[in-house]
Design a protein around this ligand. Structure first.
Ligand code: PLP
Length: 217
């Protein structure tokens, strides 16, 4: 199926309250424009340089989301362009983004990435670390919610329970921190598991290969 028809089909399938981030990493401008031309405005990238290059050349009404592991020395290529950073996965990065926001005179909208999978390799905070965060210490960050990646397994019972734990963590943080006025986003679900993520309360799904095809890496 073409990129255009995949976008149109996803739009029919996703509840209107769920935001679709079209993950365009490794894909050329013409693929992004194909999606853009059927109305898609939100795209996700995971490499700072690629984000900066695409943001500089593609239509300015595109909303770019940064979804990859972010090194503090690459912030200059992300902070000016990203409308939402999904992947804040350490205190060190949190501090650096806060300082970077201050330097730009901006408050940076961020999600906290939570390690919900059983695999060691996935990035993110533990639930305990998030519950202990001193949110007030980062005045240049707007905490918008949580992001997680489920284990890469066929066992959808496990995937569902990981998504459920992320949803529960967001609820708990919002309850314990009523001062976080907009801590309402749950970014979870990719090509292989977004239907489960939606059933479990995702507000943002990040879908790449279903739309653009395999990435060949
Ligand atoms: C690549 C990527 C996606 C999209 O994955 P697909 O399986 O291609 O849909 C979603 N989230 C993150 C963090 C990614 O790196």
């Amino acid at each position: 199926m073409s990129i255009e028809s995949q976008i149109l089909e996803l739009r029919e399938r996703l509840p209107s309250t769920v935001k679709l981030v079209a993950v365009s990493k490794f894909k050329p401008a013409e693929d992004i424009l194909a999606a853009y031309n059927v109305g898609q405005r939100c795209f996700g990238e995971n490499r700072p340089q690629e984000l900066a290059a695409k943001a500089a050349t593609l239509p300015s009404d595109i909303e770019w989301h940064f979804i990859g592991h972010l090194q503090t020395n690459k912030l200059k290529m992300v902070l000016p362009y990203a409308s939402l950073i999904h992947s804040i996965d350490s205190l060190r990065l949190l501090e650096a983004v806060d300082r970077g926001g201050a330097a730009l005179g901006k408050v940076i909208p961020c999600l906290l990435e939570v390690h919900i999978a059983t695999e060691e390799s996935k990035q993110g905070f533990s639930a305990e670390e998030i519950l202990l965060l001193n949110f007030a210490a980062y005045p240049n960050i707007s905490f918008r919610g949580v992001m997680g990646m489920a284990s890469f397994v066929d066992d959808m019972v496990q995937v569902r329970s990981e998504f459920r734990s992320l949803k529960e963590l967001r609820r708990r943080v919002a309850t314990e921190h009523p001062e976080l006025m907009e801590f309402d986003q749950i970014s979870m679900g990719m090509s292989q598991d977004y239907h489960i993520a939606i059933e479990e309360g995702a507000t943002i799904v990040r879908i790449g290969s279903t739309i653009f095809g395999a990435r060949g890496i």
